[in-house]
Design a protein around this ligand. Structure first.
Ligand code: 3PG
Length: 182
């Protein structure tokens, strides 16, 4: 099952920051027990790649890597078993490396120009980051004018009360947010 299939079904992408690789199996158990079929482990700690290696083979939860910003990181996380890659911003070389390596990629965008860059390399779904700072649901509506066929996954500062407000918008595929906020 692809990332987009799971996102369409679940409409939520949990993002996890793992301090120690040994924590990852229990964390993924917790996410699975909560009914989720995917998790993004963010490359925001030194433990992230080893954490992905420890849980990337799971069949009940699709494990991906987030906060990926370079082609070298794409190689590292795919070698570790990541099934998808999420980036905070748009880089064509990072997207190309993901496609070369055969993993789904959800690149971050924050401007219409970045949406156009994503469409130009053949993508039709992007992460909108940082969604709250960009204007929240109003930014989703603004982008839907010129880009009605581009699906967005807003992330960054999404509070529980706003989740349904985002999800009722036709271009929103899913929302993403930290699994456990610090
Ligand atoms: C991301 O990278 O998508 C965000 O850091 C998640 O945002 P949140 O921590 O505000 O949910």
């Amino acid at each position: 099952m692809t990332l987009l299939d799971v996102l369409a079904r679940e409409r939520f992408l949990p993002l996890a920051v793992v301090g120690h690789a040994a924590e990852a199996p229990a964390l993924v158990d917790e996410i699975a027990a909560a009914g989720h079929g995917l998790v993004e482990i963010a490359l925001r700690t030194d433990a992230a790649v080893e954490a992905i290696a420890g849980v990337g083979g799971r069949t009940d939860v699709l494990v991906g890597a987030g906060t990926v910003t370079t082609t070298e990181q794409v190689d590292a996380v795919v070698d570790a078993g990541a099934r998808f890659v999420v980036t905070p911003g748009f880089r064509a070389d990072v997207v190309a490396r993901c496609l070369d390596r055969g993993v789904d990629v959800l690149p971050g965008v924050a401007t219409p120009g970045e949406v156009m860059a994503a469409v130009a390399v053949g993508l039709s779904t992007v992460k909108l980051f940082p969604a709250a700072v960009l204007g929240g649901p109003a930014m989703v509506d603004a982008l839907a004018g010129p880009f009605p066929d581009v699906r967005v996954v807003p992330s960054g500062g999404i509070t529980p009360d706003l989740v349904p407000v985002y999800l009722e918008r036709p271009t929103v595929l899913a929302v993403s947010g930290s699994w456990r906020r610090p």
